[in-house]
Design a protein around this ligand. Structure first.
Ligand code: PEP
Ligand code: MN
Length: 340
């Protein structure tokens, strides 16, 4: 349920409504927009006498939110959320390109790639150290050693770091090194992990479950937001369909759908959604044109030697072209690229 305050409602009236909501046993979630204040009523859906609330001073109307997700919804928070990562803002007017290897493989590989990403115009660096591999025999990542290389790359380039945590135990460790904690597709519905990253208060990049609907994805985001962590970025990374020509199917529709349903920033991962380096640039262009707030792209200095996802990793020179195209397209849609 949301309580829309009148345009001219004062702070005292807002405070009175908040305390009334709390006395009824609910949590009040305040969203102060330029136009008016909205108070989200969070908690069990026990009946509340709407008329009583509507009679309070300063209240314009009380609305039921019929959607199954609450805090991510536009009704609850009409203005766009901007997530800041060490100076780089996602969800504002600028489009942010995050790039780097699928996995951190060695100090040399990471530093070489980080410099190439920076030079080509990337605004943040990605690299996995805890890898959710489908086979237990595949490379599983360097763990904390990899985090140290990421810290060194950040120190050398200034690029903020995005890396994945797979378990609750890894969350505080990853938060110490990373500017954004990635939750991978396979963990999108790992509810205790979502609560843990919510409680960390750290920015989170929540990838779409490969077999999840947009509604389920937004409910997953609600697990994080409901722990009082508003710093969530959604990442479309392709879904499973009957089509086998590509690794996944890019749900480009998800971008405008999410822009309508939620205030959270939305980025696209054309690497995992296509699975083939030859298609990455084209789908990246589509993402920017469709209104994504950013891209996350796998770049490898020697894709043929990559320990994971080599087939979809592009070389730095191709990445530089991708950045240039994203720049042109972002201007065509009234935006521009963020630079670090
Ligand atoms: C990745 O980013 O390397 C990754 C494993 O992504 P996803 O969870 O989308 O498969
Ligand atoms: Mn990968």
């Amino acid at each position: 349920m949301i309580i829309v305050m009148k345009h001219q409602a004062n702070a005292k009236q807002v405070a009175a409504v908040v305390s009334r909501v709390e006395n009824l046993g609910y949590r009040a979630h305040l969203s102060e927009g330029e136009e008016r204040t909205i108070i989200g009523v969070i908690g069990d859906e026990r009946p509340v006498d709407l008329n009583q609330l509507e009679l309070m001073d300063g209240v314009e109307k009380v609305l039921q939110v019929l959607r199954p997700f609450k805090l991510p919804s536009r009704e609850m928070h009409p203005q766009d959320t901007v997530v800041a990562l060490n100076g780089v803002k996602i969800g504002g007017p600028e489009i942010v390109i995050i790039a780097g290897p699928c996995s951190v493989e060695s100090r040399e590989q990471l530093l070489e790639t980080a410099h190439a990403v920076k030079e080509a115009g990337g605004a943040a660096l990605r690299g996995g150290v805890f890898k959710p591999r489908t086979s237990p025999y595949s490379f599983q990542g360097l763990g904390e050693e990899g985090l140290q290389y990421l810290a060194e790359a950040k120190e050398a380039t200034g690029l903020p770091i995005v890396t994945e945590a797979m378990t609750i135990e890894q969350v505080s460790l990853v938060a110490r090194y990373a500017d954004v904690i990635q939750i991978g597709t396979r963990n999108m519905q790992n509810f205790p992990l979502l609560s843990a990253v919510g409680e960390s208060g750290h920015p989170v990049l929540l990838k779409r479950g490969m077999m999840s609907t947009i509604e389920e994805w937004l409910m997953a985001a609600d697990y994080i937001l409901s722990k009082n962590n508003p710093h969530v970025i959604l990442c479309e990374r392709g879904i499973r369909t009957f089509e086998r020509a590509t690794r996944s199917t890019t749900d480009i529709n998800a971008i405008p759908v999410l822009k309508e349903l939620t205030h959270l920033p939305v980025i696209l991962d054309p690497s995992h959604s296509t699975g083939k380096s030859a298609y990455v640039r084209a789908v990246a262009r589509a993402g920017v044109a469709a209104g994504a707030d950013g891209l996350i792209v796998e770049v490898h200095v020697r894709p043929e030697e990559a320990l994971s996802d080599g087939a979809q990793s592009i070389k730095p020179e191709t990445f530089a072209e991708l950045v240039h195209e994203a720049q042109v397209l972002s201007e065509a849609v009234g935006r521009k690229l963020a630079k670090h």
